[in-house]
Ligand binder design. Structure first.
Ligand code: SF4
Length: 283
């Protein structure tokens, strides 16, 4: 179990059914891939810092653009070729214009974002881990379930450990995005506490707001850091949510669709073409 499965279930349980029980097409889109490639660029730089080297920004840009070009054709997460790829960065809404990117534009945006990050923004603390992954026992969960997930960055100073999750976002985040209903912070705080056997653990989201303009493209990116403290009770309830979801998956459902979500859309749901609920109810 990872916190991303809980997040997927929050959006729509039907997605869980397709992810676990159906062989669905692998769908890529440019917005998500810009985020993955940006992660790869930051990981390259922080891995250098962890080795005691300085950050070579050109190397981080190369890592990011290589990840982008590969990701158009291959999905590392499921380790399968991409069956279809959308270059729609942003569908038209009543507030936002439609933005369709060309491959060269998208690649440039990835490079510019990574360069922007390393200007004044990089953290200068001791790096302990980059893209840290571990599977831990999951007491109380059904047999065979452990808990894991990837922490983008772990640093340490006199105050203890800081876990950082790197996000890209179309716009600046609002405060509600760091609410305790979001499972990620609680999940990773507990993961590192358990793994490192310490209580001195904090969590922050580093959010790169891309602010893409249809005419000038990457004119106004900005980076904000959002601390996300969690109480022990909030951590316990987050772990309980994971157990509940594991029980439901073990039972084989039922997995209710959520066509009310704004993410139930051909632009945001990878299962749109095979799920009759969204395409029937949200046309
Ligand atoms: S199309 Fe809508 S209902 Fe179907 S899986 Fe996607 S989000 Fe859920």
């Amino acid at each position: 179990m990872s916190q991303s499965i809980i997040g997927q279930g929050d959006t729509c349980l039907k997605r869980i059914e397709y992810d676990f029980f159906h062989d669905t097409p692998v769908v890529g889109n440019v917005s998500r891939l810009i985020g993955s490639a940006y992660h790869a660029g930051l990981a390259e730089g922080y891995a250098a810092l962890m080795r005691g080297e300085t950050v070579n920004v050109d190397d981080t840009v190369s890592a990011a653009t290589d990840a982008f070009l590969k990701g158009v054709e291959w999905d590392d997460y499921v380790d399968k070729p991409v069956d279809e790829f959308s270059w729609t960065y942003q569908p038209k809404t009543y507030r936002a214009p439609h933005i369709e990117l060309r491959p060269v534009e998208a690649t440039q945006i990835v490079g510019q974002l990574v360069r922007y990050y390393w200007q004044p923004e990089a953290r200068n603390t001791q790096v302990i881990a980059v893209e840290f992954r571990v599977n831990l026992p999951y007491p109380g969960a059904p047999a065979g379930w452990d808990r894991g997930g990837g922490i983008d960055l772990v640093t340490v100073d006199d105050a203890g450990y800081l876990l950082v999750d790197h996000k890209t976002s179309r716009k600046k985040w609002a405060k509600k995005k760091v609410s305790p209903t979001h499972p990620q912070a609680a999940w990773y705080i507990d993961e590192w506490r358990t793994y490192a056997n310490t209580d001195q653990v904090k969590f922050e989201f580093d959010v790169m707001a891309i602010n893409l303009d249809p005419e000038t493209l990457l004119a106004d990116p900005s980076l904000e850091r959002w601390p996300a403290p969690r109480t022990q009770a909030q951590i316990d309830m987050t772990l309980e949510r994971g157990r509940d979801l594991a029980v439901l998956i073990e039972k084989g459902g039922p997995f209710l669709p959520n066509p009310e979500s704004f993410l139930c859309s051909p632009h945001y749901c990878d299962h749109w073409k095979i799920c009759p609920y969204g395409s029937t109810l949200n046309l």
